[in-house]
Design a protein around this ligand. Sequence first.
Ligand code: VTB
Length: 322
Amino acid sequence: MDRNLALNLARVTEAAALASAKYLGRGDKNAADQAAVDAMRRMFDTINIDGIVVIGEGELDEAPMLYIGEEIGKATGESLKVDIAVDPLDGTISVAKGLPNAISVVAIAPRGCLLHAPDTYMKKIAVGPKARGFVDINASVEENIRNVAKALDKDVSEITVNILDRPRHDKLVEEVRKVGARIKMFSDGDVLAAISTCFDYTGVDILMGIGGAPEGVIAAAALKCMEGEFQGVLCPATEEQKERCLNMGADLNKVLTMEDLVKGNEIIFAATGVSYGELLQGVKYLEYNKASTHSLVMRAETGTIRFIEAIHRLDKKPEYAK
Ligand code: VTB
């Protein structure tokens, strides 16, 4: 995979972040999302790839842009054929409410390498590289926490579990507390929450809980780049979702490993912070029509992890200056 694509993908998430960050705290999650989608789509049109969206904004009838199956990129005969997973704004509610950790995110891999995940829930567990091989999604909460503590040479009371703040996690929260580990709740955005397990300074050791399956594929792509570990099990919440999964040929009992979710090693991942956060700073508006962005760009082939801070001249990019 052309390594220069990594920088181009950063351009894609930067564009989406710059467009949606204007909506921070303005109470309109749809407008924030739409701005991210439009900007991302426009930037993709400038990139020389032959891409198909496999994780996107939904089916064609519910999403006019970045829908599943949409062909994107400025393809020539020689362009790379790739699968694309996008979440133009993971954390639409966070942006609407002015809360942290919303990001714009993209992952690409050669055609056929990203799982076409149904739009349903997924039970997930993720850890960073030091605890890789020490978790099993089918084991008990206690066992997983104790094993991660062993891998990291920490006391159980020093282990921090990232959990999406939802009523469906009440039992999980209770179990983690019973074991004596710490919990860090987050309101949205479990892609970033999974990534956080790979960076010591976030203080997070494990992500556990149920979130969106499409986000699971994107998180797995990121964790593959960092040699962390991600496991998922599809977890439809309704009979209709269950049927959708079965129609897509999904096995509801199967533990989806990183290799099932994202095949091979030719993966490029990019994310840009939209609202402020621990791992990525949000978009900041600076004097004289400038704005800064903070992005994370990774390639699984080489394992390079890049943080890119960019200063944008909005007067030279009129589409963002509105
Ligand atoms: C999570 C979260 C996302 O969806 O995947 C969540 O990480 C799951 O759905 O940011 P519910 O909101 O129904 O719990 C998001 O909140 C939005 O994509």
